[in-house]
Design a protein around this ligand. Sequence first.
Ligand SMILES: O=C(O)c1cccc(C(=O)CC[C@H]2O[C@@H](n3cnc4c(=O)[nH]cnc43)[C@H](O)[C@@H]2O)c1
Length: 239
Amino acid sequence: MKPVFVTASTIQELSMLVRVIGARQRADAGLREVYDGRIGKRDIIIAVTGMGKVNAASAITALLEHVSPQILINTGCCGAYRGSSLTPGDLAVATAEIFADEGVLTSTGWRPLDFIGIPFVVRNGKSFFNEFPLSVQAAEKAVHLAAALGLSIKRGKFLTVSTCSGTTGRGDELYRRFGGICENMEGAAAAQIALRYGVDCLEIRGISNMVEDRDLSRWDIPRAVEAAQRFLLKYIEEL
Ligand SMILES: O=C(O)c1cccc(C(=O)CC[C@H]2O[C@@H](n3cnc4c(=O)[nH]cnc43)[C@H](O)[C@@H]2O)c1
């Protein structure tokens, strides 16, 4: 049976999972923080990638060079756009990931990578610019499981940013431009690398904050990361 590969940017977003399944840190992972565990008969590889696209992409690439998992699950916390109807503590699952600030700033406004005309990835003759697909099947499974558990989970596009949107205006602008429900700093990179390696990718995050004028007193990262990990434990058990 192929292993399941779970990644997040910080150990806080994975520590409950590591603790509950008694995963052990690998001694041979070099600069990377990687844990091995099992849920039932399934091997689980848990990796702390570090924050941001470069950290996520390099850590996931390093692992996928050696292991071919059944699925890559990217998790953690994220900020919800005001129009999404999400609130802190809720769960969200991605239907696609969008690099929301890769492109060109022209005199008439921001343009996506299609404007340059050079795709990030070409796979099976299809060019991928800012938007990357995630596993439809895996996302549907998550929605059904959440319903069975009496949890609410919202499905939609996720945006990946280099600069966290710390103003209501910027959040509303990105929401209008892409129609995404939430933003994070790693997901599109994970989806891009998964696509390159032909691995199914699922992204489930807990909402830690609204994307609004930055006020850290309104953030609740512990609640968000606990909700995401509790759900993932159940999800992986059901695989
Ligand atoms: O603004 C700050 O001072 C600050 C303090 C602690 C944490 C942050 C983060 O932005 C955490 C980034 C981390 O969590 C994800 N995340 C969570 N909320 C957001 C958001 O609103 N926009 C983008 N990313 C978010 C992200 O994936 C990072 O891994 C900030």
